[in-house]
Design a protein around this ligand. Structure first.
Ligand code: SF4
Length: 322
C-alpha cells in the first residue's frame, strides 16, 4: 500500500478512436458472417489484448499474403496497405474487407490526386511503420520519407516546383510541426494539406495529456509497444516534465513508480480498450489510490461507416471489444 496516492486523474478523451472501433468491428462482423478463420494482414490495430481477443474468436494474423489459403476472407488492418499488396490480394482472389482507417485513406487519395498533377512528396513519418509503408506504397516512386529535422536537409526530390507534404496520422503534433517548418524553410513553395493529416484522435489525446500532465506527479499510458500514438503520449508527458510509463496491461505496473506520488494521471492510446484502463485503475486502487476523477475534455462523436457487405443489421458484432 502507498498512502501517498490521493487520486487518479483520467484523461478525456482517451482510448479507442473511430478508426480502431471500425477496424475491430469489421473483423468481428466478418467472423460472424463467414465463420472462422478470417485472415487479417498485420495486427488489425496495434494492441496485444485486442489481437489476442480476436485470435480467440478465430482471426489469424499474417504478414505475407502467401500464408493465406485460396478463397479465404482477408481483412486489411487499420494502417492501410500499399497498391502492390492490394493488387496481390486481388490477384490471389481473396474476399477482401478493407479496415484501413478512412483518415488514412484520405491521405492515400490526396497522394494519388496530386501525383496525377505531377507532384512529388515529402512524407513525415516513422520508417517501417505499416501506415508509412502503405502510404509510400501508393506510388512506385516520388515519396521521400523524413523522420526528423535533420532528414529534411538530406532529402533530394527531382524537382521543387511541385512538392507536397504528407504526414503519418499518429505523430507527435509538436514534432511534426517542427519538421514541417524545416521543410517549408528549405522548400518555400511546398504544398501543405488543407487540413492536417495528423488525425483528430491523435490531436485530442495529446491535447488532453498537455492539460493533465502539469496537474499530476506521474502519467501512466495504456498502450502496446508497437502503438505509435501511445508512445507519443508517453513521450509528451515526459517532455512536459512528468515521469511517465507505458503499460500493455495492469500486470506491468510497478509499485515503486507510485512511491511519493500524490496524483496519478491515466490515459490510453487510440488502440487500447477501456477494459485495460479499468484494470489499471483497480491495480492503482490496490496500491492505495483513494479516488478517481475524470477530467473535462472533448467528447468525440465521430463514427465511420462499415464497408459494403458488413453493414447488415443481421450480423451483430458478437461481444464487441470495448
Ligand atoms: S488513430 Fe487516427 S488515423 Fe489511426 S485509426 Fe484512429 S482515427 Fe484513424
Amino acid at each position: 500500500m502507498n498512502p501517498n496516492i490521493e487520486e487518479v486523474l483520467l484523461a478525456e478523451p482517451r482510448g479507442f478512436c473511430a478508426g480502431v472501433d471500425r477496424a475491430i468491428e469489421i473483423v468481428e462482423r466478418a467472423l460472424a458472417k463467414f465463420g472462422a478463420p478470417i485472415y487479417v494482414r498485420h495486427e488489425i490495430v496495434h494492441n496485444t489484448y485486442v489481437v489476442n481477443e480476436l485470435k480467440a474468436k478465430g482471426a489469424i494474423f499474417i504478414e505475407e499474403l502467401s500464408d493465406v489459403p485460396p478463397g479465404a476472407t482477408l481483412v486489411f488492418s487499420a494502417h492501410g496497405v500499399s497498391k502492390a499488396v492490394e493488387q496481390e490480394a486481388r490477384d490471389r482472389g481473396f474476399e477482401i474487407f478493407d479496415a484501413t482507417c478512412p483518415l488514412v485513406t484520405k491521405v492515400h487519395v490526396e497522394v494519388a490526386k496530386l501525383a496525377k498533377e505531377g507532384y512529388e512528396f515529402i512524407m513525415i513519418g516513422h520508417k517501417g511503420h505499416p501506415e508509412v509503408e502503405g502510404t509510400m506504397g501508393q506510388l512506385s516512386s516520388g515519396i521521400h520519407l523524413v523522420e526528423d529535422v535533420a532528414d529534411v536537409a538530406t532529402v533530394s526530390p527531382l524537382q521543387t516546383e511541385k512538392l507536397a507534404v504528407v504526414t503519418q496520422t499518429t505523430l507527435s503534433v509538436d514534432d511534426a510541426a517542427e519538421i514541417a517548418a524545416a521543410v517549408r524553410a528549405r522548400f518555400p513553395r511546398v504544398r501543405e494539406p488543407k487540413q492536417q493529416d495528423i488525425c483528430y484522435a491523435t490531436q485530442n489525446r495529446q491535447d488532453a495529456v498537455k492539460i493533465m500532465s502539469p496537474q499530476v506527479d506521474l502519467v501512466i499510458v495504456v498502450g502496446s509497444p508497437t502503438s505509435s500514438n501511445s508512445n507519443r503520449l508517453r513521450e509528451l508527458a515526459q517532455r512536459l516534465g512528468t515521469e511517465s510509463y507505458m503499460v500493455d496491461s495492469a500486470d506491468e505496473l510497478k509499485a515503486e513508480w507510485f512511491e511519493g506520488k500524490g496524483r496519478v494521471g491515466l490515459t490510453a492510446g487510440a488502440s487500447a480498450p477501456e477494459v485495460l484502463v479499468r484494470e489499471v485503475i483497480d491495480r492503482v486502487r490496490a496500491f492505495g489510490a483513494v479516488s478517481v476523477r475524470k477530467m473535462d475534455g472533448i467528447e468525440e462523436t465521430i463514427k465511420f461507416p462499415l464497408p459494403k457487405g458488413l453493414k447488415l443489421d443481421d450480423i451483430p458484432p458478437p461481444g464487441h471489444i470495448s
